[in-house]
Ligand binder design. Sequence first.
Ligand code: 13P
Ligand code: SF4
Length: 303
Amino acid sequence: MENELVREIAKWKEKRDAVILAHYYVDGAVQEIADYVGDSYYLAKIATELKEQVIIFCGVSFMGESAKLLNPNKTVIMADSSADCPMAHMIDKERIQEVRKEYSDVAVVCYVNSTAEIKAYSDICVTSSNAVKVVKAIGQKNIFFIPDNNLGRYVSKMIPEKNFIFHDGFCHVHKSIHLDRVIEAKRVNPEAKVLAHPECTKDVLNIADYIGSTSEIIAYATQSECEKFIICTEMGVFFELMRKNPKKKFYSVGHRQFCPNMKKVTLEKVLGALKEMGPEVLVDKSISKKAVIPLQKMLEFAK
Ligand code: 13P
Ligand code: SF4
């Protein structure tokens, strides 16, 4: 059945001149049929380098939206249009306007896990893999970092010379990775290195051996001489970690390392998207004109 689906997807992909992009958090079976798999920075960047006219996005809404903003003339289709990141909705434009009034010289730094509308009110976007580099390069001293509090605080620790204003957004998946579970995993496997995504709480980040984006975690584990790793991010990364490192051991820290939105994407839905050429990502022109600017700036600054 799965093989039949894979064959059908390949057939329809060619027929539609389509390319499939997938995030590391989607199901392994979907990662396997994708043409490009990566973290959110890689996916935004690669989306600008493709020759195909149609992009099928296997991830959550903000990722498809970013691909569309950067490629307004392409057709971007979500494998599942209801797959959304709750954190993307944890800030509103009124809060940005308030902070802008309070600090005349503030730079609004927007994590890509945000809506197109919020990007339109921001100065520059970042992802977890480039946030430190991008914020360091910004001229302003005052930084309003939205929406993720944990990532913002992590970045601020790396750049003590700047003054950060934080927001209270969070990722429920990373927030539910508790310090006591990580300590317990470490007690069972004391030689294992703790690898954590910067969306984790500061308690977890404080005991991590390495902090990085999904692809940085995979790259670190692959290059490391260590054989065992405790993984503090969404479980989808285990697919690539184990594919690249069949002899190494990867441990989770509990059943909650699961993003229900990312897991909505299935092979059946990818095939449906190709056949129906929908649901298409559409962004209002009045928003897209402004929202693309911080994304383009990010690509420029992160080079
Ligand atoms: P990455 O940029 O590391 O892929 O993270 C995306 C994300 O949604 C983390 O929860
Ligand atoms: Fe959003 Fe968290 Fe899911 Fe990433 S893992 S898409 S931040 S809810």
